[in-house]
Ligand binder design. Sequence first.
Ligand code: SF4
Ligand code: SF4
Length: 239
Amino acid sequence: MTKTHQQPLILLSDKSKVLQERLSTFPVTAVLCCDSLYDQPEASPLLEKLRQHTGIFILVDDLPIRAMRAKMCDILREVLPTAEQATEKLFVFNFSQGEFRTVKSITEITGEGTGTPECVDFSEAIEPRWYPIVDKERCINCFECLNFCLFGVYGVDRDERLFTEQPDACRDGCPACARVCPTGAIMFAKHLDPQINGEAIPSGSEDITAAEARTRAKQEKEKHLDSLVDVIDQDDFLG
Ligand code: SF4
Ligand code: SF4
């Protein structure tokens, strides 16, 4: 494969040294490595580098695939603005499938051959983060999460769609709005519950109308308001 700017770019998050060495001979534009994509600050050099690429993106991560796919779509919203483009150009794998299967899956995208990609290590001491990732393909913009959250995490963009305006205002360990969201669109990638971290679609939210979504969100909101108040009380106590 000839090296062009359209060649794939690989991002290895929470990297494996063996995988890194193996992929550094692949026919791709670049292999970028970091300790965690999820924890990258919004304006990190790594995210800037990703946004400069115009070809195919391959992400290998250790957090749930659905959450990390939505995270990449968020980072690349200018580069891959439509769901169709994301389907064509974004591939996400999880380390749990093992190195052999990961290499095989990547080869199916890049094709056989050898290359000398740019390899950049973006590992540096970064603070662990905790914030919601919204799956835009499931979000119906009912704004129940926005009305529920007391900390200004969510906002509404110019197109009247929900977005995470201040992700780092989210309370550490709080997954309350993921339970309030009627469509299972909100994910906390580091949470242990598969229905919260994106591994599974919360039962009952597979195909839901906007009206049903509002009714369910109202019920869930009443149920989970208590837990949010507990978080606030604890913050007051600590701080
Ligand atoms: S509650 Fe869920 S579906 Fe409604 S706006 Fe928030 S993320 Fe979207
Ligand atoms: S988890 Fe809690 S603090 Fe974080 S966005 Fe949801 S409601 Fe707000």
